[in-house]
Design a protein around this ligand. Sequence first.
Ligand code: SF4
Length: 372
Amino acid sequence: MMDQVSGGQARFSMPLLGWYELNRRDLPWRRSRNPYHIWVSEVMLQQTRVDTVIPYYHRFIDRFPTIEALSEAEEDELLKLWEGLGYYSRARNLQTAVREVREQYGSRVPDDPASFGSLKGVGPYTAGAVLSIAYNKPEPAVDGNVLRVLSRFFLIEDDIMKSGTRKRMEQIARELIPDGRAGDFNQALMELGAIVCTPKSPNCTGCPVAEHCEGRQAGKQAVLPVKTKAKPPRPESRAALFIAGTGEREGQFLIRQRPAEGLLARMWELPHLELSAEAVKASTGAEEDGAQLELERVGRLFAAEQGLAVAELSPSLRAEHVFSHIRWDMQVYTGRLRSVELPGPEYRWISSDELDTYPFPNIFVRILGELQ
Ligand code: SF4
């Protein structure tokens, strides 16, 4: 490994830093020296594009400018500000971690890797990014961008999905950090991956480290990094209900809160359930009475599985959402409730004016946007 990176600072790090000084994007979190703000930005940027993050970051920091403010936030408000960013456990973990910082470290983000890395939701990447950018600590910050750049530059053909490869890359990245320049170097490396050494078409002719790039010299920049394919998400057919209120509930509709654990924990949604493969098969018949049978079947399923007795069901729009491991293919039905009693405390009638106070997963934001 040492052989591979020997001279790496001269061949790679120094030209990269020179390029970064001239080409760095002016991003809002780069104007801040506040470790908490940098931490928020790094959590938001995981799995999410810079352009998407910018407005979320501004709203979040405006509302929760300090560790104290985020510590005291109601979870619904926190999730509402995160609505649309996905991976909501990031927001919950951030709040848990920030509360610990307040209690254990007097609201000062710890600057040593062991303490910061032990906080909830803080993995090696986040720890390296925050400690290097906020405190200039010589810690590597290796994300997908960095894995790609290093694989190409050093012609490393090991599978980057393997933890051994990732560890090795972290060692390489650590060796490459120039003295006293950890924050700039890590940001420069991420920036190169984001705007030059991009996944599909790396711009080698405009790259500041092209001269010594072994991947480019071997003509392998387009096939690196080596990455085993993740399993495609499992398709799941679901039926959702948009139940409009009647009588004193006129103008309202029914929502419910998800369980405290698991996917999209404690977020709000329209009632929905998974349709079995048989139900889907039976409902795709072209006959006219097939459609009626489908509605009856859906009604029976909601009554049996969720205690919701519904009437006057009618198919409305369809929506899809892809998570990392499953894909929801959702058919929405409109209808009304036969009984005034709700099956549990997790259900609630709300009006569209109240949508602003309940955090919904993206798929329901889209559905409700179309139905309202
Ligand atoms: S020369 Fe090409 S492959 Fe090598 S680091 Fe630069 S953009 Fe990536």
